[in-house]
Design a protein around this ligand. Structure first.
Ligand code: ADP
Length: 540
């Protein structure tokens, strides 16, 4: 149609080009393995990412190839994000916390030809390399030449130094232009429900998701924001921040592998970080450290949490420290952010306690995605905050299927079943009650394990808690609670049980409370309930 608007492909490379042109001076700060802090800018990073495209081509990477990264958050990892996707290849981020056998499986499944790896993961690569001889051609260590260490690789698998390759590379003047529906990234689900499955993101989906994440009622990113993603770049693309921050010129502060509370606090204060993003287990450790040391945040004002339920008690603890904490919800298959708990007129005006109560909800739906809670009759449940159903979603950044699993393919407008169970309230806020596989059904009544856990961690002697279903002859299942003591405290099981009185229906009060030294966590920080069931509530 004549006179219509221009059409440009929604390409990931356009983000870093914009950042270089209009926020060229904005900083990317990274902490290296040895603790050193290095600084670069979006302008310099864009130049190196272009050069990196010619490195990739010289390594034999072509359009559509998968290129793996096994790396923590850093400027180099960010360059790789842009160079790999920018040349039309697929950036396959791998979680180094997975079992080595799982990593070998996904590298083989994805057929990654080249692997970029942080020096600290070299031993892991040495261990799995013999199983990958038929797939992997080259391993590139993200290091300076003087920091290179010998690494035994099978014959035919080359070892390279990242900075040497870049120093020797040709300049690449242009970013190629291609279809926005080209695959840009690949991330395998944690595999807590069977073999890991690959989710393939596109340029278009990643770009639209990042724009949605930036919005004021979501992460609210601005050119003046200094954001520290604790969430790793191998965990669903660090929830879109590596794209969202350069889009608006926000400074990115990359913690590398230094994720303990003391290091994080030092980096936050030293780099004037005002926003940080991560999973609840990280926040729990940080808040505990703040309490024990009496330290205060110098500049941190906001925290975004996701990946698991954010307990009320953590929001309250952050509030006492002058920090506003809010949660979003999603999964690898949903890029991941689908809902975020931003205020509405109906929720913004309520008092502090009511706001804390409201903060346990996973939030309302972002434009660009949609959510349905479906009851047993196949219809949407009423928005009453009570009627539970299966949560499904669809939208611009929701998976249509899994990589190389044709039988998983669904239609573009079909609802993707998330496996989560929840309720929707009258204001459109989703509250998750469980994963479908973790549901507790006692005498015909559903009991929310998330609600029990939220209450348990409010108990002064409890640091962390998990509720699971224990088989029961009379009731089918009964809730069993496993708690980890707060440092220096000794929770009394009867006292913890009594703590539930009046807070939930009597039938939902856990029959048994077990005190444990620690809870098993998966590769993305989630509590592994399957292991807890095996240990404490086996079904034979
Ligand atoms: P991710 O790697 O993003 O954590 P996974 O696909 O491994 O994604 O897990 C996604 C699951 O994590 C969701 O289906 C949900 O059960 C849980 N989850 C994510 N965010 C939240 C949240 N804010 N509250 C409760 N559960 C959450």
């Amino acid at each position: 149609m004549l006179g219509l608007m221009q059409r440009h492909e929604l390409l990931i490379s356009s983000i870093i080009q914009h950042a270089a042109r209009h926020h060229g001076e904005a900083e990317v700060v990274s902490r290296r393995d040895d603790g050193r802090i290095v600084r670069t800018t979006y302008a310099a990073l864009e130049r190196r990412a272009r050069k990196l495209m010619s490195v990739l081509r010289d390594l034999g990477v072509v359009f559509g190839d998968r290129v793996a990264t096994l790396a923590m958050n850093s400027d180099r990892h960010l360059e790789l994000y842009y160079a790999i996707s920018g040349m039309g290849a697929i950036c396959h981020t791998i979680n180094p916390r997975l079992a080595p056998a799982d990593i070998a499986f996904i590298v083989s499944h994805a057929e990654d030809g080249v692997l970029f790896v942080d020096a600290c993961f070299a031993p892991l690569v040495a261990a799995i390399a013999p199983d990958l001889a038929s797939v992997l051609r080259a391993v590139v260590v993200l290091a300076e030449p003087e920091d290179m260490k010998p690494l035994a690789l099978p014959p035919g698998m080359a070892l390279h130094c990242y900075e040497t390759l870049l120093a020797d590379a040709r300049d690449e003047p242009d970013w190629p232009v291609f279809d926005e529906n080209t695959a840009s990234g690949l991330c395998y689900t944690s595999g807590t429900t069977g073999k890991p499955k690959g989710v393939l993101y596109s340029h278009r989906s990643s770009l639209l998701h990042a724009m949605a994440v930036i919005m004021p009622d979501v992460v609210n990113l601005r050119a003046t924001t200094r954001v520290l993603p604790v969430v790793p770049m191998f965990h669903v693309n660090a929830w879109g921040l590596p794209y969202a921050a350069p889009m608006v010129g926000a400074a990115l502060i990359m913690p590398g592998r230094h994720l303990d509370p003391v290091s994080l606090l030092g980096l936050m204060d030293g780099e004037r970080v005002d926003l940080s993003v991560g999973v609840p287990t990280v926040w729990l450790a940080l808040v505990t450290h703040m309490r024990q040391s009496g330290a205060r945040f110098e500049t941190l004002r906001r925290v975004m949490s996701g990946g698991a339920a954010l307990p009320r008690v953590l929001v309250a603890a952050f509030s006492e420290l002058g920090v506003e904490a809010a949660q979003g919800w999603g999964m690898t298959e949903t890029s991941p952010v689908v809902t975020y708990n931003g205020p509405k007129p109906a929720t913004a005006t309520v008092d502090h306690e009511a706001r804390l109560d409201h903060s346990v909800k996973q939030g309302r739906v972002l434009f660009g995605a949609d959510v349905r809670v479906v009851g047993p009759d196949g219809g949407e449940t009423p928005r009453d905050g009570k009627t539970q159903g299966d949560v499904s979603c669809r939208g611009h950044w929701i998976a249509r299927g899994y990589f190389r699993l044709p039988e998983s393919e669904i239609a573009d407008d079909a609802w993707f079943p998330t496996g989560d169970v929840g309720v929707m309230d009258e204001n459109g806020y989703l509250l998750l009650t469980d994963r479908a596989k973790d549901l507790i059904k006692s005498g015909g009544e559903w009991i929310s394990s998330i609600e029990l856990e939220n209450i348990a961690v409010d108990h002064p002697d409890v640091a962390e808690a998990a509720a699971i279903a224990s088989p029961d002859e009379k009731w089918g299942e009964r809730p069993l609670l496993i708690v980890v003591p707060r440092a220096g405290h000794e929770p009394d099981p009867e006292d913890v049980r009594a703590f539930f009185s009046g807070k939930v229906a009597n039938f939902a009060i856990p029959d048994r409370v077990i005190v444990a030294e620690e809870l098993p966590h998966g590769a993305t920080g989630k509590i592994l309930k399957s292991e807890l069931r095996k240990a404490y509530a086996p079904r034979d």
